[in-house]
Design a protein around this ligand. Structure first.
Ligand SMILES: [Cu+2]
Length: 491
């Protein structure tokens, strides 16, 4: 029996999840289809997002204390169209102060939902959010400084899908819940009562919080979905606090059609995708070539799963099925895999007039740790910062001129970090000193940063004042809370 056959057998024999807990499932559960709030038809009704405290069963048989947005866990998929202004009413019913940030949106700082736009318990935040950018899969999550990691982990996250004329007329699968699916991937820790757990220690701050159980749309993996014959589209968000995920298919290569900020120039075939927290990719799977296929996920580049499968395969980088696709007889989207997708010229670094450099700093310095805590960051023993300074709410670190094209260079003292910039999409020039993989050469708002320089080409088209600045930060949420974040204005 080869590894893949074993994994298939293992999933159908319900050996997963892998942490040896007591909630082993009798059968693979269905993929939860996240409800859509579709506002593409327009109208002037306000879009209500109710942040609430709730309980949710991830499939462990126990109710976990969660946050949800209109739901018991996570939020709806809000589907809108380029050119609309979205009138949100965000009601804070979670009993503690929070914010809601629109990750990936090109919008002014004053409606960005960053750490300065606090929503107190019981209050309603009503931003009118103008959607000017191209079709893209974005998301929203808590950005309450010092609480972002816990609040997002507990469930304050959802998807904001933007369509445009090109995406609506594209020859691609687009029947939601039939051949077009939204997948929110997260890792969770469950305690001995089978309830979701979040415990911070100094070590957790350093690595970021990681769980041992993969969850898809709020259900313990693997989940399964029956799909028609033809192309199936998966829109995938890595909403883990700290885990990089490696995605692959059980059978055949993946066809990637879009990244964080929209369609790639042409589709890209790849054996796997290394996906950081905060990143989004869209992939196509042709179900005509196999009776069943599965989206496989492994945790990070060098970490394996624990438990039965881990010990079976030596524990290193073992993929498990996240979503099994079972093909049914009837035909669905019968078109072929696309080639060209968007008019996207190659990134031209000669357009840049300004270059800025950012060094991500981890621990090791008592001064950094003292400052981090003094300046209101929530940290373990070590401090974190950027260019030697932890985040400070009343300090603006950079001033950018609106409309300028810039090169931002980012490097890290040691470990791999996912770097995010608000208010823009950018193109990656180099990632860790090398050309980025083909699937990461389109519009992005996340870049991987390790020991070599990563460089992005970026232009900011919307204003952000010192009262409502944009953020740039590590998207390992515990690092962000600990001060690996800075603020900038655009004007
Ligand atoms: Cu980091």
């Amino acid at each position: 029996m080869n590894r893949r056959d074993f994994l298939t057998a293992a999933s159908s024999a319900a050996l997963l999840p892998l942490s040896g807990a007591t909630w082993a499932q009798a059968a693979t559960r269905p993929l939860p289809i996240i409800p859509i709030t579709d506002v593409t038809a327009g109208g002037d009704r306000r879009i209500k997002l109710n942040l609430q405290a709730a309980t949710h069963d991830f499939g462990t048989g126990a109710a976990s204390a969660t946050f949800g947005i209109n739901h018991s866990y996570l939020g709806p998929v809000v589907r809108a169209k380029q050119g609309q202004t979205l009138p949100f009413d965000v009601t804070n019913g979670i009993g503690e102060v929070t914010t809601l940030h629109w990750h990936g949106l090109h919008i002014p700082g004053e409606v960005d939902g960053g750490p300065h736009q606090e929503i107190k318990p019981g209050e309603v935040w009503s931003p009118d959010v103008p959607v000017t950018q191209r079709a893209s899969m974005n998301w929203f999550h808590s950005h309450m400084h010092g609480k972002t990691a816990r609040q997002t982990y507990t469930g304050l996250a959802g998807v904001l899908l933007i369509e445009d004329d090109a995406s609506l007329s594209a020859d691609l699968p687009s029947t939601y819940g039939v051949d077009d699916f939204m997948l929110i991937l997260q890792d969770k820790m469950f305690n001995c009562s089978s309830q979701m757990d979040y415990v911070l220690t100094g070590e957790v701050f350093e690595e970021g919080f990681t769980g041992d159980t993969l969850v898809v749309n709020g259900a313990v993996a693997p989940v399964a979905q029956t799909v028609p014959q033809g192309l199936v589209r998966l829109r995938i968000l890595n909403a883990c606090n700290a885990r990089f995920l490696t995605l692959s298919l059980q059978t055949g290569p993946m066809t990637v059609i879009a990244s964080d900020g929209g369609f790639l120039a042409s589709s890209v075939q790849t054996e796997n995708i290394l996906m950081s927290p905060g990143e989004r990719y869209e992939v196509l799977i042709d179900t005509r070539t196999a009776d069943a296929n599965a989206l496989m996920v492994s945790f990070g580049e060098d970490e394996g799963f624990v438990g039965i499968l881990g010990s079976m395969f030596g524990g290193g980088g073992n993929a498990i099925p996240a979503l099994t696709l079972n093909r049914r007889a009837e035909a669905g989207f019968t078109g072929s895999l696309p080639d060209r997708l968007a008019n996207l010229s190659s990134a031209d670094s000669t357009e840049a007039t300004v270059t800025r450099s950012f060094q991500l700093n981890m621990g090791g310095s008592e001064e950094l740790a003292t400052l981090a805590t003094l300046w209101g960051n929530v940290c373990g023993d070590g401090g974190m910062g950027i260019n030697g300074r932890p985040m400070k709410m009343d300090r603006i670190d950079e001033h950018v001129r609106q409309g300028d094209t810039e090169i931002w260079r980012i490097a890290s003292d040691d470990q791999l970090h996912p770097f995010h910039i608000h208010g823009c999409s950018f193109r990656i020039l180099t990632q860790n000193g090398a050309e980025p993989p083909a699937y990461a050469q389109g519009w992005k708002d996340m870049v991987h940063v390790e020991n070599e320089w990563s460089e992005v080409l970026v232009r900011f088209d919307h204003p952000a004042t010192s009262d409502a600045p944009y953020m740039y930060h590590c998207h390992i949420l515990e690092h962000e809370d600990c001060g690996m974040m800075g603020q900038f204005t655009v004007g």
